[in-house]
Design a protein around this ligand. Structure first.
Ligand code: 9MR
Length: 672
């Protein structure tokens, strides 16, 4: 095949809607193993290593209903007012730790963690502090307060809200006016964190604020810039607290994006003061899910136990009613945490899920994370077809570079997605992989051979190997999997192209899947021992009309189940790219539809939200973020993430000159 044959092709046309049908014959659904389910919020949160806490008022600790719920449900507490400046140091140098100690000691004796709230805040601040006008005086007063309070609670407080609510509401994105900012300047926050670190190096140091949950808000962006700057300059900060005092609608749709974007800066995130007007079940569940979907979201605190305990009690925003009964939002919160109140109450066995993956999907997309970095010898229009593994603390991404003058490969690595855009691009045409048509890479580690494999298309299905994925110069020259195009492909390819080779192995065999841009998915087979040689027995693994089963197929093993997942890229009736999905109980088996239609797609612009702006209407060629990196291509069953190519919806013209960029989808309807 002429390598350049792939170039200058593919004009998406308007197509008819696709039928939802099994590609071959339906396979048996596979039951997932039971999850362990707990019956209280704290115990269930603990199963994913998180805490579930509440604000506690010292004045209510004599109320048996209150403490009964507190000790049954919560494994973290935050003093609601007792560690604030106006309680602890009402007059200069005179410290009153009584109410704070009452809560701290009780928490310790009940095995609950303690969040310290709060050291530096413009509110609940005694007037002797807010009236200071001399910077040196205020600095020493602030540092002394931080040091004395942290020393007193050393070893008892897990995380401190070092500075609370320092940013202004509205559109400025700047710090609010306060005695601290006005007298010490904006550097007071840095000063407070540095003092806090030296006072108690073991405590986590958090910045805490409200109205920073919606990603695009100026206030969120202001706090984000500060945290990014702190991390860049080594100012000590460990966590960001998002208070999450929500209206009846619950969290903004970008909430998870906000959590993950902060987390990507290298800090933990915590939901620190959750309450939601009218406490709808969905609003609570959405909040919990957002946290669970972000690995560094380490815990959730609700701001009070019963509605009658709340600072906004008129809005009934909490999980327990005035009598201490569980409200519907309690159940939805527990369920979202993965627990099952019903099963525990009735003593019935936990329900088994019929399949490890849901049958429909919802996603939130990042903005474009990776764009081409042309240099003097690489004039590149698009970066495409990413393959990604997380290995040794880094994401390793391989992708096609596209331009009207040809396709080749590029490699980049970075430790978190916030750095993807600034990573160095290593052009692999400068390595033994060489120049000429190379595209659509797939990377994995072969555990038997202790070698990384990069599979790609050259007209044939080709591969290179490398003992060290992080060394772009370590790749071997291309070798082909086949001596020539298998007959069955030659007979069915029509006017299509042989593209998008994909290798996956089970414990006995390796399979090589490929597409023909003509409605066929092919599968060849060899043994694990013979790999990479011996691919034969090529068959049609799935077929449909040309645009319904176009290209870019991925096949994965779903972790913790006997299920395999097939994704194939289709072209929709709107001419836009999207993914369909099927499952099978074996790699050589038949594929049953999962989310396989244009109206229930695996991933299409219609089931993806774009909190940072709709930058693409194509969800095109990409790869799942895997649970591992070996030849089994195992993905998690929960909280899927998919790295894909998208482009400006208004871009047109030559296919090979389109401005493809890489973006990341994060599943928002994961049920586990
Ligand atoms: O819940 C607290 C309430 O009892 C106090 O009267 C109030 C005083 O400002 O503070 C409440 O807690 C606040 C928290 O400390 C910081 N974020 C906002 C909370 C609700 O106002």
């Amino acid at each position: 095949m002429n390598p350049l044959k792939r170039l200058g092709r593919r004009r998406a046309s308007v197509l008819s809607l696709l039928a939802v049908a099994a590609l071959v014959t339906p396979g048996a659904a596979t039951a997932a193993p039971d999850a362990v389910r707990a019956s209280t919020l704290g115990a269930q949160a603990a199963q994913s290593g998180r805490y579930f806490g509440t604000a506690v008022a010292a004045g209510r600790l004599g109320d048996g209903t209150y403490t009964g719920i507190l000790d049954r449900e919560f494994n973290s507490v935050t003093p609601e007012n007792e560690m604030k400046w106006d309680t602890i140091e009402r007059s200069r140098g005179s410290f009153n730790f009584g109410p704070g100690d009452q809560i701290a000691n009780r928490a310790a004796s009940h095995g609950q963690r303690l969040r310290g709230h709060t050291l530096v805040w413009h509110s609940q601040l005694p007037s002797w502090v807010s009236s200071i006008r001399d910077a040196n005086t205020l600095r020493s007063v602030m540092n002394n307060h931080i040091t004395q309070v942290m020393n007193h609670y050393k070893g008892k407080v897990y995380a401190w809200d070092v500075v609370n609510e320092a940013f202004a509401d509205g559109g400025s994105g700047q710090m609010r006016s306060s005695v601290f900012r006005d007298v010490l300047g904006t550097g007071f926050i840095e000063q407070a964190f540095r003092t806090a670190r030296s006072a108690d190096p073991a405590a986590k140091l958090c910045y805490n604020d409200y109205n920073i949950e919606n990603w695009s808000d100026a206030k969120t962006q202001g706090v984000y810039r500060m945290v990014r700057d702190f991390k860049a300059r080594g100012v000590p900060i460990d966590c960001v607290g998002l208070q999450s005092h929500f209206g009846a609608g619950g969290p903004p749709s970008s909430f998870q994006t906000t959590l993950s974007n902060f987390a990507a800066l290298g800090v933990d995130v915590q939901i620190t003061e959750l309450d939601i007007a009218q406490a709808s079940t969905a609003a609570y569940a959405n909040t919990v899910r957002a946290c669970l979907n972000v690995a560094r979201c380490t815990g959730i605190t609700v701001w009070g136990i019963r509605d009658s305990d709340s600072w906004r009690s008129g809005e009934n925003p909490l999980l327990f009613d005035r009598s201490g009964n569980k409200k519907p939002a309690y159940q939805s919160t527990l369920t979202a945490l993965g627990g099952s109140a019903a099963a525990q109450r009735t003593g019935a066995p936990s329900p088994r899920s019929a399949t490890a993956l849901p049958s429909s999907f919802r996603w939130s997309s990042s903005g474009p994370l990776v764009a081409p970095k042309p240099d003097a010898t690489h004039r590149i229009a698009g970066i495409k077809d990413p393959s990604v593994v997380y290995y040794n603390g880094k994401y390793h991404v391989f992708a096609s570079t596209a331009s009207p003058s040809g396709y080749n490969l590029v490699y980049l690595s970075f430790s978190d997605w916030s750095q993807a855009g600034s990573a160095t691009h290593h052009y692999l045409d400068r390595t033994a992989i060489g120049a000429g048509y190379r595209a659509a890479p797939q990377v994995f580690y072969n555990t038997q051979q202790r070698l990384w494999y990069l599979v790609y298309q050259t007209g044939n299905a080709s591969y290179s190997t490398n003992p060290d994925i992080s060394n772009p110069n370590g790749w071997s020259a291309p070798r082909n999997f086949y001596s020539s195009m298998p007959d069955i492909i030659r007979q069915n390819i029509g006017n299509g192209y042989w593209v998008d080779m994909w290798v996956i192995c089970d414990s006995a065999n390796c399979y090589l899947f490929s597409s023909d841009d003509n409605g066929h998915l092919y599968r060849s087979q060899t043994t694990v021992g013979q790999f990479p040689n011996g691919f034969t027995n090529t068959v049609i693994a799935a077929q449909d009309s040309k645009y319904a089963l176009f290209e870019a197929s991925n096949v994965y093993k779903v972790q913790g189940s006997n299920q395999y997942l097939l994704l194939v890229e289709a072209i929709g009736s709107d001419g836009r790219r999207y993914f369909r999905s099927w499952t099978s109980s074996s790699l050589a088996g038949s594929w049953s539809p999962l989310a396989a239609s244009e109206s229930n797609p695996f991933a299409k612009s219609s089931n993806v939200t774009f909190p940072a702006g709709t930058w693409t209407r194509d969800i095109s060629h990409g790869e799942m973020i895997r649970a591992g990196y070996d030849q089994t291509l195992t993905i998690p069953a929960c909280k899927l993430q998919y790295l894909y190519q998208g482009k400006d919806p208004n871009a047109g013209g030559d296919y090979d000159n389109l401005p493809w960029r890489l973006g990341l989808l994060t599943q928002t309807n994961s049920t586990c």
